[in-house]
Write a protein that binds this ligand. Sequence first.
Ligand SMILES: NC(=O)c1ccc[n+]([C@@H]2O[C@H](COP(=O)([O-])OP(=O)(O)OC[C@H]3O[C@@H](n4cnc5c(N)ncnc54)[C@H](OP(=O)(O)O)[C@@H]3O)[C@@H](O)[C@H]2O)c1
Length: 276
Amino acid sequence: MKWLITGAGGMLGTDLRSELTLRGEPVVALSRSDLDITDARLVSAAVNEHAPDVIVNCAAYTKVDLAESDEAAANAINGSAVELLATAANEAGALLVQVSTDFVFDGAKREPYDIDDATGPLSVYGRSKLLGEVAARHAEQHLIVRTSWLFGVHGPNFVEAIRNQIRKGVDSLRVVDDQRGRPTYTPHLARAIVRLVMQGARGVVHYADADECSWYDFACAIAPGFTIRPVSSDEFPRPAKRPAYSVLSTDRYEQLTGATPDSWREGLREYLSLRA
Ligand SMILES: NC(=O)c1ccc[n+]([C@@H]2O[C@H](COP(=O)([O-])OP(=O)(O)OC[C@H]3O[C@@H](n4cnc5c(N)ncnc54)[C@H](OP(=O)(O)O)[C@@H]3O)[C@@H](O)[C@H]2O)c1
């Protein structure tokens, strides 16, 4: 099976490329400088040239707060460009895997979000990613993998943000305790995506590491022993509204693959050993 990764220079894209290389799968990994997915001519040419069986779109506009004042760019990259990938996938007879997000939900539920729960994004970023889901469905063969709270060694993330604050010499931190989700280590997600594709999964699937926690709980695991105070989101006004509860149910993933999600605590241990 031949794989093509777009956005291959990002946090997930880099780990997906490593996972596929480790498995000996033929993979073409195109970073933004190799392929701008908003350019219809380039997308079509790249897919024609490489004739992949699977296209995994790891490219995205991921700056959630910046997107609030940059809606056109977020929609172009997260929405319209996915339409181009779907068209190219259809021409090549390829499967399109679109990576999506817990931010397509409004966070009003108090139990894990199932794949067919109503969406209701609260932010420009969430809406743009939902446009991407709609576009991905135009691929005859598509797999939409929603995930949450990513961290990995190849990109900026919450773990590094906490460690950077501590490196600056602050003597305590305040972290929000009223948003709950499932942190996910990108090598675990990369493995899950490969597993799903190998199993022939189609439609929408949620993958997130086990178990759910708040950002405060996550911060305490990142920096045990450091003084961290739980605070409410009101104390941290940010341009983009976040869902208060965005725990994804991974039932369908478990049914399809027979595997249980990996633990983010184990992922964190590996992360900290790699990025000491
Ligand atoms: N990070 C999270 O917490 C999180 C949570 C849930 C879901 N997701 C989703 O997971 C996926 C992977 O996220 P990530 O954290 O790995 O993101 P990331 O590290 O920001 O990687 C995204 C990559 O896409 C590239 N890109 C941006 N615009 C592009 C374009 N027009 N053409 C080609 N490449 C382009 C970026 O390049 P530049 O850096 O040069 O712009 C970057 O290398 C995304 O779909 C994201 O929406 C992320």
